[in-house]
Each structure stands twice: as C-alpha cells, then as structure tokens.
Design a binder for this molecule. Structure first.
Ligand code: G4P
Ligand code: NA
Ligand code: NA
Length: 192
C-alpha cells in the first residue's frame, strides 16, 4: 500500500535493527485518512470470503480493525490483555510471549463474543514473531470459529512470524513488508 509505505518512510523512526517506531500514525496517534484506506485495502483483499467477524488485540490493532469491519460490514471484537479474574470461566484465554518485552501475558475474549458460526479475519498492527497472532488463533479455535486469514499493517519480514503462520496454512496479507531496518533505514519488499 503506497500511502502507508510513504508514511513509514517519512514519519517512521528506526529505533534499532529490529524495531520501527511509528507513533505518529499507528501506535500513539492515529491518522484517520490513512486508517480509512487501510480498512478499504484489507476489505478488498477479503471481500467475498464470508467474514462474519474481525478479531484483533488491544490497543493498536483496534483502529485498523475498526476501519476494516466498517468496510466489510461485519462485527469487531478485540482481545483484552487484562483478564477479569471473576469471569475466568466465561473467557477464552491464551498466553502470549512478547520477545520485545520478554514477558508472557494473558489475552482473553468473552465466550459470548465468538462462536462456531463465525468466520474470522484477524487484524493486527505489527507482525514480528507472530506470538500475538498465534495467541488469537488459539482463542478463535477454542470457540470453534474458522479463520479466513490474517491482515497485518506492518510486517517485519526479517522476523519469523509470517513464515510460521504460512507453515501452519494461514493466509497472511500485509500492507507493508519490511525486509530490513539495518543502518537506520527502512527497506521494503517490493511487490508486483
Ligand atoms: P509478536 O506478537 O509478533 O511476536 O511481537 P512482539 O511480541 O515482539 O510484540 C510486542 C508488541 O510490540 C506488540 O504490541 C507488537 O505489535 C509490537 N511490535 C513488535 N515489533 C514492533 C516494531 O518494530 N515497532 C512497533 N512500533 N511495535 C512493534 P503491543 O504490546 O500489543 O502493544 P499495543 O498493541 O498496545 O501497541
Ligand atoms: Na503495538
Ligand atoms: Na499489536
């Protein structure tokens, strides 16, 4: 997606070999025009797939997921990172290990919000090691719902997330694919 790549190039900051900061439009501030186009682009890719529900993870997944659900005219649910201990029996939960933070956290979705009748599109802001995506997949499977694919705003293709998801047979659609963050520069995988 050209507009997204332009904004990454002009506003993104390479923090290290492995981390890209995009606070000005995705992780701290939100650019609504960009988000609108992100939603349209995901919707075009998955239109006709019978998606009933978008599932994402709070917080940065919510904006792109919302715009996609608006365009696909489907429901939206976001997994929460803090569990409500009193409601544990009413939740699907999964553990997610963050390599960035080097800690495991629990994510949860209320059992009322996902069912075996759902055909789910997973949306997230970043794909790195794929831990968040696999946690969401775990939860969706517990509900008996099926998974149409995974839509990612920014994929770090030099990290193993995409490959591992594809190995398991999942369709991954990323709007910007970064091949390297070496030497303080963002390099994209160019696609035809
Ligand atoms: P993984 O899910 O792909 O395995 O990634 P990881 O554990 O490393 O990611 C932890 C958090 O950092 C996630 O956000 C993820 O979206 C984000 N992240 C990973 N790599 C980058 C990067 O290069 N740049 C930025 N800006 N974020 C990255 P989170 O903790 O769930 O936070 P949020 O959704 O509240 O923003
Ligand atoms: Na994030
Ligand atoms: Na995220």
């Amino acid at each position: 997606m050209e507009l997204l790549k332009e904004q990454i190039a002009s506003q993104g900051t390479v923090i290290s070999e492995g981390v890209l900061k995009v606070d000005s439009f995705l992780n701290h501030a939100i650019d609504p025009k960009l988000m609108e186009q992100i939603g349209k682009t995901f919707a075009e890719k998955f239109s006709g797939d019978g998606i009933t529900k978008i599932v994402t993870l709070e917080s940065s997944g919510i904006a792109p997921a919302l715009m996609t659900s608006l365009n696909l005219d489907c429901e939206l649910v976001f997994a929460r990172k803090r569990k409500s201990l009193t409601m544990l029996d009413k939740l699907y939960t999964a553990e997610v290990y963050s390599f960035t933070k080097q800690q495991t956290s629990e994510i949860a979705i209320s059992k009322e919000l996902l069912s075996e009748n759902d055909h789910v599109l997973i949306i997230d802001d970043f794909l790195a090691n794929g831990q968040a995506a696999f946690g969401l997949i775990d939860i969706i499977k517990q509900s008996g719902a099926s998974i149409a694919g995974i839509g990612i705003v920014i994929e770090k293709s030099f990290q193993p997330g995409r490959e591992q998801l594809e190995e398991k047979g999942y369709r991954v659609e990323s709007l910007a694919r970064i091949s390297s963050l070496s030497n303080g520069k963002v390099a994209f995988i160019e696609e035809g």
